[in-house]
Design a protein around this ligand. Structure first.
Ligand SMILES: Nc1ncnc2c1ncn2[C@@H]1O[C@H](COP(=O)(O)OP(=O)(O)OP(=O)(O)O)[C@@H](O)[C@H]1O
Ligand SMILES: [Mg+2]
Length: 176
């Protein structure tokens, strides 16, 4: 599988000849220097970018062949994404940020209940009504992880998950 940004002289071959098989239940760490293509790979697996060569199959689904509707469903139910820069919505409270992925699928009440539960797990239960700008870097990261887990996705993609914060020493955030 490959991903090239741009074309001609400005082409950047971010991924070339990636051949990777991951089995259900595995925790896989992708390690490499800055700019080597880690984020690009996670975006392709997460259906946020299309590969420019080859195929990507997740739980038997051909992600590159999905139309926009199928991609939306895939992003909502199959993958959770924790972004390198967190991508929290600055105008929404912590709780609202966490429940954004839930609102399409359930009523507001159950979404809030689940959001509060996730924030308790992330040891942020007192910060529901704070805004992202009022949090530390690690706290924002925990909110982003809680949001990524909101729909209890079978696949959680975390970009730089250990850069700032871990749930408990030795326990990666996706293990629970
Ligand atoms: N939208 C884009 N347009 C052009 N080139 C891009 C784009 N996004 C990323 N790149 C380039 O693709 C390569 C891979 O970038 P990527 O963000 O995947 O790396 P990374 O391994 O996640 O880096 P880091 O550890 O710094 O986060 C880099 O050379 C980067 O400059
Ligand atoms: Mg990156």
């Amino acid at each position: 599988m490959g991903k090239t940004y741009g074309s001609g002289h400005s082409a950047v071959h971010a991924l070339r000849g990636i051949d990777l098989e991951i089995h259900k239940g595995e925790v896989v760490m992708i390690v490499g220097p800055s700019g080597c293509g880690k984020t690009t790979l996670l975006f392709v697996i997460g259906g946020l970018l299309s590969p420019t060569a080859g195929q990507i199959t997740v739980f038997g689904q051909d992600v590159a062949a999905m139309d926009e509707g199928a991609l939306q469903t895939y992003r909502q139910h199959t993958v959770g994404f924790v972004f390198q820069g967190f991508n929290l919505v600055p105008t929404l409270t912590v709780l609202k940020n966490v429940i954004v992925p839930l609102l399409a699928g359930r009523g507001v009440g159950p979404a809030i209940d689940r959001g509060r539960m996730l924030l308790t797990e992330a040891e942020l239960s007192g910060r529901d009504e704070s805004f992202p700008a009022q949090l530390s870097g690690g706290e924002k990261h925990r909110v982003a992880i809680a949001r990524g887990m909101a729909n209890d996705p079978p696949l959680l993609l975390c970009d730089e998950p250990t850069a700032r914060w871990m749930v408990r020493p030795g326990t990666p955030p996706w293990s629970g």
